[in-house]
Ligand binder design. Structure first.
Ligand code: NDP
Length: 291
């Protein structure tokens, strides 16, 4: 079966077009949406993500601030910077890049962010609103997957969705969004304690992988004709690649693509959607704060 490739690059470009129009409308009222990113320490993957976010902000003509703090920054200093950002009228939304160094309590940091500026959607107030289907900020990766499904015409109503992974930032919110009225899917969440995982995944009309293990989902785990969404971003060594490494997903793409009716690639799948949804949240924050 020839599968449809669901391109996060193409769908995110569509959304960026819509965001540019919304940013232009805000600017007509003298408002430039402002996004700040706080990075503590020097984790190379985090540095890359933070750079990408800053670059995208600038490309869209948004006000972008990056605050870089040393890895040994005391928790109360970080909390102080968060309080400043909460009070700063030029910053409509901000996030603290995770993971944080071990001496800092991540929950305390997330809870210190004003929910109205919590563009990552990790504050318990926004998590709660998402769960009960009320407006708020949705976490970028699962929100990006919902947009990909919607905009590529994949029907979720009445479909059985199996999500492999139950993290607070990917698997669980993915499940919460898919069971909402409107999405109307029947959802199974699998994890490391699930028995007979392949048996479970083979029942999926839509299979979503959020495991963090390269090529974990193999062809025998996928029902013929299923839609397969790969949230994984795993860097693996590859001496043939100029960088010596490359990104692969949680799905064995080459083997699975012929069984699936539609599939997302890695890279250029869910990845570009994540940053796009963050930008969308920042624009939404600016719109709401200008009312
Ligand atoms: P976590 O490590 O927090 O969660 C992984 C989940 O997979 C856990 O729930 C774990 O189960 C489950 N799991 C691990 N091994 C197995 C197994 N053998 N069988 C079944 N389930 C298993 O990862 P994240 O949720 O943060 O990320 C998942 C993937 O998504 C990663 O590749 C990450 O890089 C990627 N990601 C991509 C983003 C993007 O922008 N595209 C953004 C965020 C993440 P248990 O809970 O039982 O341990």
């Amino acid at each position: 079966m020839a599968s449809m490739l669901i391109s996060g690059t193409e769908i995110s470009e569509q959304i960026y077009g819509e965001l540019r129009a919304r940013i232009a409308a805000l600017k007509e009222h003298g408002i430039t949406p402002g996004l700040a990113v706080v990075l503590v320490g020097e984790d190379p993957a985090s540095q890359t993500y933070v750079r990408m976010k800053g670059r995208k902000c600038e490309e869209l003509g948004m006000h972008s601030v990056t605050i870089t703090l040393p890895a040994d920054t005391p928790e109360d200093v970080l909390l102080g910077r968060i309080a400043e950002l909460n009070a700063d009228p030029a910053i409509n939304g901000f996030l603290v890049q995770l993971p944080l160094p071990g001496h800092i309590d991540e929950d305390k940091v997330i809870e210190a962010i004003d929910p109205a500026k919590d563009v990552d959607g990790f504050h318990p107030v926004n998590v709660g609103r998402m769960l009960i289907g009320k407006p708020g900020f949705l976490p970028a990766t699962p929100a990006g997957v919902m947009e990909m499904l919607r905009r590529s015409g994949v029907e979720t109503a009445g479909k059985h969705v199996v999500i492999v992974g139950r993290s607070n930032i990917v698997g669980k919110p993915m499940a919460a969004l898919l069971v909402q009225k409107g999405a109307d899917a029947t959802v199974t969440v699998a994890h490391s304690c699930t028995s007979d995982l392949a048996e479970v995944t083979r029942t999926a009309d839509i299979l979503i992988a959020a495991v963090g293990k390269p090529r974990f989902i193999t062809a025998d785990m996928v029902k013929e004709g299923a839609v397969v969404i790969d949230e994984g971003t795993n860097r693996i060594d590859d001496p043939t690649h100029p960088k010596g490494s490359r990104l692969v997903g949680d799905v064995d793409f080459e083997a699975v693509k012929d069984r699936a009716s539609a599939i997302t690639p890695v890279p250029k799948g869910v990845g570009p959607m994540t940053i796009c949804m963050l930008m969308a949240n920042a624009v939404k924050a600016a719109e709401e704060q200008s009312r």
